[in-house]
Design a protein around this ligand. Sequence first.
Ligand SMILES: C[S@@+](CC[C@H](N)C(=O)[O-])C[C@H]1O[C@@H](n2cnc3c(N)ncnc32)[C@H](O)[C@@H]1O
Length: 258
Amino acid sequence: MSKNDWNPDLYLKFDNERIQPSIDLVARIDYNNPTKIIDIGCGPGNSTQILYNRWHESEIIGADNSPAMIKKATDDYPNQKWILFDAGVDNINDKFDLVFSNATIQWIPNHDKLLQRFADLLNDSGVLAVQLPLFFDMPLGKAISEIGRQSNWIAATQGVDNLFTINTAAYYYDHLAKYFSKIDIWTTDYHHVMESQSSILEMIRSTGLKPYLERLADDNKKQQFESLVLDKIKQDYPLQNNGKVLFSFKRLFFVAKK
Ligand SMILES: C[S@@+](CC[C@H](N)C(=O)[O-])C[C@H]1O[C@@H](n2cnc3c(N)ncnc32)[C@H](O)[C@@H]1O
């Protein structure tokens, strides 16, 4: 695994929390027998298994630009099809009935262009189904961004907030309406029950916190940054009576049919 690649094992530690949006998104897709499906940003293949559970007769490709994630998916599900693919730039010479993407497009810039690319990948009656986290709407996302802008961190973390592309429902509606005739958009606020406040830090370390930590010079600096984030988590996500913590996590979904 290269230094800044994803860590599939750390990512899968919180698989229960991460997989529920895929289950909810798949349940909202009104398509009985898609012949070909692509899971864009398939990660370690977890979201892809939700697609397999519903459409086991379909041809399903898992596509991701992380070598570590594609290796993990291939190791865990050797009979399924996995490709290294950058959704922002790579082309694929094929058409699909369903383009699915869970918790991925926030890592890809220029969603106007991206939605057009997704629409181009679809057959005439194809469906696009996407979920993305509303990271900066959450106290945790705001706290990480604020800490990154403090004077002793800004030199290292400048511009990291801009690595995330997250638009409003109104933005997605207007851009989807150029290519799709039926559009559903909704948000869900999950309340994950976490063992402790540190569990929130551990969950976010492999995703939203990852690009900030990558900019810091050494383990000592990373630990200092994380300890500031944990202090904010303790303020924003209080302990419940039984010592557990509710981690409220807001996500935006859309399903669009051509
Ligand atoms: C948070 S994980 C989501 C994994 C899985 N879909 C799930 O539901 O848990 C985001 C994934 O998006 C992938 N990704 C980020 N940018 C990408 C791009 N430009 N093209 C393809 N995959 C990308 C990452 O490598 C990572 O595996």
